[in-house]
Design a binder for this molecule. Sequence first.
Ligand code: C2E
Ligand code: CA
Ligand code: CA
Length: 750
Amino acid sequence: VARAGALLTGLLVLMLSVLSSVVTARDKQLAAQDSQLGIVLGQQLGILESYFERARTIDALLAANPVFTDFYRAPGTNDAKIRAGGPLIDRVNEALAYLEELYPGRIGEACFIDSSGAEIARVVDGVRAAPADLSQDEDANPFFAPTLAFGEGRVYQAKMYKSPDTHNEVISNSTVITAGGHTGIVHYEIALDTFRMTDSGNGVAASIVDADTGHTILDSRTQGIAGATTDQSWATMIQRGLAAEVTTVQDRRVAYRRLPVTDGNANNWYVAVSAPQFGLGWTRGLGVKSLALLAAALLTIIVSGASWVGHLRSVRRLASYDPLTGLPNRTLFTQRLQAALRPGRGAAVLLIDLERFKEVNDALGYRYGDQLLQQVARRLTAELPATTVARLGGDDFAVLLPGRHGDDVRTAEAAADQILAVLHRTFTVEGTGMDLEASIGVAWSAEPGLSAEALLRHADAAMNRAKEHHTGRETYDPTDEQHSPHRLQLLGDLRRAIESEDQILVHYQPKVDLETGRAAGVEALVRWEHPEQGCLMPDTFIPLAENTTLIRGLTARVLDIAVRQAKCWLDQGRPVPVAVNLSTRCLLDATLPDHVFDLLTSVGLPTSLLELEITESTAMADPDRARSILHALHEGGIRLSIDDFGTGHSSMAYLQQLPVDELKIDRSFVAQMIDSEGSAVLVRTAITLGHNLGLLVVAEGVETADMVAALRDLGCDIAQGYHYSRPVSAPDVERWLANCPGYDPARRAA
Ligand code: C2E
Ligand code: CA
Ligand code: CA
């Protein structure tokens, strides 16, 4: 931000300085231009004003000339005198011709007119008119009446008109002569063109403008008389009604002044001097230096702007893309996923984990690892070109597939299989062939309103399952709540519960010898006194704990409580074997036997009073490992029992090799043995099998006296179930035991 700020400030200062120098130059130019306009205006005004002065001089000159009064004083009619000719009329003509000689080229016509309207003499361009050519109706001319009305000793300047004699645009001057009772007019024309200034060639125009019509009469740049040419800019000038001003009219600087209104002048004129239009003026105002500066400033802005944009783009790229593979990173992927999960839409996510990637990195180095990742990225994008393929970090890749129907999840699974096939083709990095295993988790937005994080978590859970079970691809099952926040919360609570003194409780359920009716032992069953949720049964938290290492701590707690309780009963003179349930994970823990024996030793309970229950599937998960642990326990004198028999898929041969002492028929078969022939067969078979293997057979879930009778008939050894007692607290089980013939260690041994 600081860098951008400094750059922008610099640019701003540069621009401002360029602009101010441009404006200064421009102001200077304007001032110079205005003063030039003032000079030209003065010149044009001078020309006109000197004309008016001359007009008065001529007036005086003519009025003082006695030839006109002499003519009138001579006897006879005007006509007679004209026709008679001679010196009288010659002197009149000479005086008129002299006027022309005095101002050659300016005055083209001069005449002497009687007040009757008849011409007495006329000279045009130095040529006197023949008496026959003299006009008789000069009184029709617009100057005639005003001149007569104006009176002696004054000059009337008529409005511009086209001379009938010279055919030039002219203005005329006329003055009255009186003598011998006669009145006449001396009249002469001046060509308008003679007021024209020579064009300066720098675009400055001097114009004479008729204030009444707004027409340009004369313009220094054009030849001839403009006449009816209208110029809009003069309209504004005239409208303002000012006598003089220097102003800007239609992009031009204009200096103008109105001619003073004088008596007897019919012409209402402005003199206006205008500069060329600004368009050109501006660039001329910019010196080479300021132009170069401006160009440099613009260039700097463009270059820095472009580099800034590039910088921003690369920053954005870095923030959203993985530099190694060029794929979108987790941030961008999550953003796109969020967009895809907008209401009414949905998406499937594939999370891909490369199983053996770490080995490649470790064995061959990061250079190979990096190249391998790049190749993986290329294969993925080539395989699914229209979708978002992202690298979430390390060897984790993700694919986003839009869609929200059940069918879409099939498509996603198909895409996952496609990816698996592609990744299973050998990679070659610098000549070395490498084979990768991949696990893919598929999750889709089955429920509306699912967040991107939740969907990614689901895909992650599915991927972990694929890894665990080596299936390659797994799809998240929404009913599998394993990863819900609720579960996570419960796991946290459980961890604290195991550490606490009072939350983990153990209830006990008696087992009864079917032949003698004596107590055959008790099974320890865990209960969790949750601070908020109350007493929780094992189904709600054991499966959860089994997925984590918490199960070890929990089992240790139960073992500890049960062993101490058994010792307590032993000390009370009531030896009862206690059975504790073990989970799969416990059987993978090689330290378990030592732990158990250490506990028994420290508490002082004989090994014969502890039983451990394992399920078939537990023993089958990793048979070799489980077997060595079970052997260690068995050899140490601890009785082992196969729990939930009938629900797993154990092989008879394998069962035979396990060092077990007891077989517990699952309560689902026991419960149905009365009603269902199949269950009855299974119970009978299990009993026979157990006996053939030399094992004690226990029936779980015995709820009625009928079942007890049936089991006794089948030769079942021990029964356990609500018929005898529910799992109850230690004091309650003590009360139960008090009402029942005691446990007989001798029988067990037999
Ligand atoms: P399980 O080992 O099969 O334990 C016997 C279950 O059957 C007990 O359920 C018990 O209450 C129930 N039961 C006993 N008699 C009857 C009957 O007549 N009818 C019916 N319907 N049920 C009967 P509980 O206490 O809910 O325990 C459930 C399971 O949780 C146990 O099944 C065991 O697998 C597991 N479990 C309990 N405590 C522990 C423990 O400390 N560690 C481990 N790893 N698992 C435990
Ligand atoms: Ca059990
Ligand atoms: Ca059981």
